[in-house]
Ligand binder design. Structure first.
Ligand code: PAF
Length: 210
C-alpha cells in the first residue's frame, strides 16, 4: 500500500524500514505516460520504489509558470498506488527550503548552454533539489526521462562530482501518436499550437535521416 509522507523525519524513518534496493522517481507531479514508464522501470529493477511529487520553486525564474504549473495530487496518488509505489514524498516548499536556507549546487559548463542560456538559474534549482532528494532517500537507482536531456547530463555530473553512490537510469522519451514528446506542460498549448508542435519530432527524424 502507498504511504504518503510529508516530513523529512517521517521520510528518513520510512527509508530506514526499507530492505534491499530502492528506486527513486523524482517528479513535479501532473503525471503522464512518461512518468509511468519511469515508475514501471523502477518497480521492475528494485525491491522498493519511492516517488516524489514536488513543484520545486527554485528551478522557476520570476515570471515563469511556478504558480500555474499543473497540479493534480489526488490523481497522481491513485496512479502511483496502482503502479505499486511504496512511498510518495509530497513535501511543501517550507520543508525542502526552511527559513534561512542558503545552500545551492551550481554546475559550470554543463548547466550554462542550451536551456541554461535561457534559464540561467534553472539547473541550480534542479541540482539542489535532486541532491537533497538523493540524500533523503538514499536510492540505489534514480530514474529520469531522456526528454530532459540537459537535465540528465547535469544530474549525472552532479552525482559523480558529489560521490552519490547510485546509478542514474535514463528512460526513453514517451511520445503522443503524432510524435510530440509527452510533457506536463503540453496542456498549455492551444489547438493550433498543439497541431503545429508535431513538426518538432518530424524535423528531428528528417534531420537524423539526412
Ligand atoms: O524533471 C522534473 O520533473 C524536475 O526537474 C525534477 C527532476 C523532479 C526536479 O524538480
Amino acid at each position: 500500500m502507498l504511504e504518503q509522507i510529508e516530513t523529512i523525519a517521517a521520510l528518513r524513518e520510512a527509508r530506514r524500514q526499507l530492505k534491499g534496493s530502492v528506486g527513486l522517481v523524482p517528479t513535479m507531479g501532473a503525471l503522464h505516460e512518461g512518468h509511468h514508464s519511469l515508475v514501471a522501470a523502477a518497480r521492475a529493477e528494485n525491491d522498493a520504489v519511492i516517488a516524489t511529487i514536488f513543484v520545486n520553486p527554485t528551478q522557476f525564474a520570476p515570471g515563469e509558470d511556478y504558480a500555474s504549473y499543473p497540479r493534480n495530487l489526488q490523481h497522481d496518488l491513485e496512479a502511483l498506488e496502482a503502479a505499486g509505489v511504496d512511498i510518495v514524498f509530497t513535501p511543501t516548499p517550507g520543508v525542502i527550503y526552511p527559513p534561512g536556507f542558503q545552500t545551492y549546487i551550481e554546475l559550470e559548463i554543463v548547466a550554462t548552454g542550451l536551456e541554461g542560456s535561457h534559464r540561467p538559474e534553472h539547473f541550480r534549482g534542479v541540482a539542489t533539489v535532486v541532491a537533497k532528494l538523493f540524500n533523503l532517500t538514499q536510492p540505489s537507482r534514480a530514474y529520469f526521462g531522456q526528454k530532459d536531456a540537459q537535465q540528465v547530463v547535469v544530474i549525472r555530473r552532479m552525482a559523480r562530482d558529489l560521490d552519490f553512490p547510485l546509478e542514474i537510469v535514463v528512460c526513453p522519451t514517451r511520445r503522443e501518436a503524432d510524435g510530440l514528446a509527452m510533457s506536463s506542460r503540453n496542456v498549455y498549448l492551444e489547438a493550433e499550437q498543439r497541431a503545429a508542435a508535431s513538426v518538432i519530432f518530424r524535423a528531428l527524424q528528417e534531420t537524423a535521416a539526412a
